[in-house]
Design a protein around this ligand. Structure first.
Ligand SMILES: N[C@@H]1[C@@H](O)[C@H](O)[C@@H](COP(=O)(O)O)O[C@@H]1O
Length: 260
């Protein structure tokens, strides 16, 4: 696992956006061989998305031959609800870039058969040739996508019941009321994420410091689903200084020295 420590949120967002642009451009995507990108929601990736929009508008990168798969979506929330992950993705990214609508995949949390929806999603990822770069955020409890602590590290796309930590954390988008926050979501599994050829997790702020410490220095355990990245051979965490507050000084210094 590689850890990139940037000074602040803006620098973290810049690093992440540049990395995505580098990867897309280096793969010379075409209609026959598109670049397959896994995408997160949450406040963490907003800065990166804003920079990707700018880069696309300046012609520095194109998403014409990029196929996307989003990580997760609430169950039972209308697609056009302002807090649905569909709305988030179109508002922050898809409305402003040249990615064709048919290349965009987001789980349907209103599907009549949720299980079938999840199985079809896994098949679609396989048919696309697997994911080249899966970008994710990190929950305060170490979750990745909506894989709560206790999720099998081999889990696949499925329905997940959200725990109190997550509902409380996400209640900031639902009038501060955890009871208004949807209790279930569809999510790619930990195994779906770690099957990607590369995984990049973004993490900022002091409130994520304990989760980051557990992911980087703790054991591989289902109680911290993102710790599964320790077993991935091409995993990258991009964080800011504040998120490193709980890392050992030696860990911090080691990763900082690698950046020099
Ligand atoms: N399902 C999402 C995750 O994919 C995201 O990583 C996490 C962190 O969100 P934020 O970036 O807002 O801290 O929140 C939600 O639970």
């Amino acid at each position: 696992m590689h850890v990139i420590i940037e000074n602040n949120y803006d620098a973290l967002s810049r690093w992440a956006a540049d990395h995505v642009i580098r990867r897309i451009n280096a793969s010379h995507p075409s209609a026959d061989h598109p670049f397959v990108l896994g995408l997160p929601t949450g406040s963490t990736p907003e800065g990166m998305y804003a920079l990707l929009v700018k880069a696309c508008q300046k012609g520095e990168v194109s998403f014409r031959h990029v196929v996307t798969f989003n990580m997760d979506e609430y169950v039972g929330l209308a697609e056009d609800h302002p807090q649905s992950y569909h709305s988030f993705m179109f508002t922050h990214l898809f409305n402003h870039i040249d990615c064709p609508r048919e290349n965009i995949h987001i789980l349907n949390g209103n599907a009549p058969d949720l299980q079938a929806e999840c199985e079809a999603y896994e098949r679609a990822i396989t048919q696309a040739g697997g994911i080249d770069l899966f970008i994710g955020g990190l929950g305060v409890d170490g979750h990745i996508a909506f894989n709560e602590p206790g999720s099998s590290l081999r889990s696949r796309t499925r329905v997940m019941t959200l725990n109190d930590d997550t509902r409380i954390a996400n209640s900031r988008f639902f009038d501060g009321d955890a009871s208004l926050t949807p209790g279930q979501a569809l999510t790619v599994g930990v195994g779906t994420v770690t099957d990607a050829r590369e995984v990049m997790i973004l993490c900022n702020g002091h409130h994520k410091a304990r989760a980051l410490q557990a992911v980087v220095e703790g054991p591989v355990t289902q109680m911290c689903p993102a710790s599964a990245l320790q077993l991935h051979n091409n995993a990258l965490i991009v964080c800011d200084e504040q998120a490193t507050d709980e890392l050992k000084v030696s860990t911090y210094r080691y990763y900082r020295s690698l950046q020099k």
